[in-house]
Design a protein around this ligand. Structure first.
Ligand code: MN
Length: 201
């Protein structure tokens, strides 16, 4: 059974002006689609064909670069599209809001730490918010298409992520990654992040 590129819940231009339609079209239609196809090629005819993407990520051999890059690329972008949306942003609500306050002292402090995590990742990669056992939250960063679920990851379950590859922002922001990161906070779908938090606590 092959993995499928998930449908977006919004149109390519829905995230403007923070993420432009052309970037969305290329990012989703070319990059994410490419990871999906390459993941399917990497697992074709192997026992991994019947595994979930989470199982594949948790158990993969980090020396298997085709699987590592494309399983990561598939999962990471799935989550990224899910936790953004139009008419979102603002302050978190629900239990995740309380959890952020108790783990990071304040939403502002969380925001600063998360922004720094994305801004200081050298080259390509991701910033993450992960949930550990008993609801403890952790911000981490991974290079390339690595993912917190991998053996080299933080061991938590990711509930929020930010793509800081240049392909995610270069058309609109060029080298201004910090501006893109700031704009991302207008797109976070906190209701969805809260759902994910409640599901994996
Ligand atoms: Mn990407």
């Amino acid at each position: 059974m092959a993995f499928e590129l998930p449908k977006l819940n919004y149109s390519f231009d829905a995230l403007e002006p923070y993420i432009d339609a052309k970037t969305m079209e290329i990012h989703y239609g070319k990059h994410h689609n490419g990871y999906t196809n390459n993941l399917n090629n990497a697992i074709s005819g192997t026992e991994l064909e019947n595994k979930s993407i989470e199982e594949i990520l948790k158990n993969l051999d980090l020396n298997n670069m085709a699987l590592r890059n494309n399983a990561g690329g598939f999962f990471n972008h799935n989550l990224f599209w899910e936790i953004m949306g139009p008419n979102c942003g603002g302050n978190p609500t629900g239990e995740i809001a309380e959890a952020i306050n108790s783990n990071f002292d304040s939403f502002e402090n969380f925001k600063d730490t998360f922004k720094k995590s994305g801004a200081t990742r050298f080259g390509s990669g991701w910033a993450w918010l992960c949930v550990h056992k008993e609801g403890k939250l952790e911000i981490c960063s991974t290079p390339n298409q690595d993912n917190p679920l991998m053996k080299n990851g933080c061991g938590g379950n990711p509930i929020l992520c930010l793509d800081v590859w240049e392909h995610a922002y270069y058309l609109n922001y060029q080298n201004r990654r910090p501006d893109y990161i700031e704009a991302f906070f207008n797109l976070i779908n906190w209701e969805e992040v809260n759902n994910k938090y409640l599901n994996c606590r």
